[in-house]
Design a protein around this ligand. Structure first.
Ligand code: KIV
Ligand code: NA
Length: 265
């Protein structure tokens, strides 16, 4: 199968084919996910919680992200590899450019992701001008947990929904090629996915997005008692890791994930 590119993700959206995304932090899983046909692998800064045991993503460093990105790209041949810019690594546009350069040149990432809207439009424009594809991340922004006071659902009230709507369009206009929406109401995510031409990937955002993303360890049931309500344990049916990943990809493609029980909460 030919490698997934920014253009092929856009084409999938245009054809109405849902995009299956999973986080990945190492070469073993990268090979397995790649063979299973996952479209995008995200080296999420969630690795700070999943691999490092921190309670937030704030302690994750750029060096650590570069290291894990390099591990994943050695195992990926078809999937598009997206790496998170960690906390503070994009505090200024110049810093974002240097950080993205490391993730791409040392890590082999094909796209970088950053959390935030309006204040980061110049940063996105600069990155895109320099040939760095960008994924924007709106809704719940875990790097801001110390400001938010917890991992709270976003976009419930009118003002918050308006801001997310506006930021989504502004990010697309600034040149972002992908958007992640985390923990926002299904109707809002659906509306944004319909409005934007770039693919919208949801997590805790309902089934009407152009694709879904989950943390790999959550969907493998490896975080008992800790997995978020919007996740699903694809290992629960028994069997093997590969079967669970296959089941996830099928469920996303067929619009069977997330279901109502993973959306309304
Ligand atoms: O870090 C991460 O895993 C993420 C996804 C949950 C979108 O940002
Ligand atoms: Na992240």
């Amino acid at each position: 199968a030919s490698p997934i590119t920014v253009a092929s993700l856009a084409a999938m959206k245009a054809r109405g084919e849902r995009i299956a995304v999973l986080t990945c932090y190492d070469a073993t899983f990268a090979r397995l996910l790649d063979e299973a046909g996952v479209d995008v692998m995200l080296i999420g800064d969630s690795l700070g919680m999943v691999l490092q045991g921190h309670s937030t993503t704030v302690p994750v460093t750029l060096d650590q992200m570069v290291y894990h990105t390099a591990c994943v790209t050695r195992g990926a041949s078809r999937a598009l590899v997206v790496a998170d810019l960690p906390f503070m690594s994009y505090a200024t546009p110049e810093r974002a450019l240097e950080s993205a350069a490391r993730l791409m040149q040392e890590g082999g990432a094909q796209m970088v992701k950053l959390e935030g809207g309006e204040p980061y439009l110049d940063t996105v424009r600069l990155l895109v001008t320099q040939g760095v594809p960008v994924c924007a991340h709106l809704g719940l922004q875990p790097q801001s947990v110390n400001q938010l006071g917890g991992y709270r659902f976003q976009g419930r009230d009118h003002a918050s929904a308006e801001r997310i709507r506006h930021d989504a369009l502004a990010m697309q206009d600034a040149g972002a090629s992908l958007l992640v929406l985390e923990c926002v109401p299904q109707a809002l995510a659906a509306e944004i996915a319909r409005t934007l031409t770039i693919p919208v990937i949801g997590i805790g955002a309902g089934v009407e997005c152009d694709g879904q993303v989950l943390v790999l360890q959550d969907m493998l049931g490896l975080n008992p008692g800790r997995a978020p309500r919007f996740s699903r344990n694809f290992m629960a049916a028994g069997g093997a890791v590969r079967e669970a990943v296959d089941a996830y990809i099928s469920a996303v493609r067929e619009g069977q994930f997330p279901g109502p029980q993973e959306t309304a909460y």
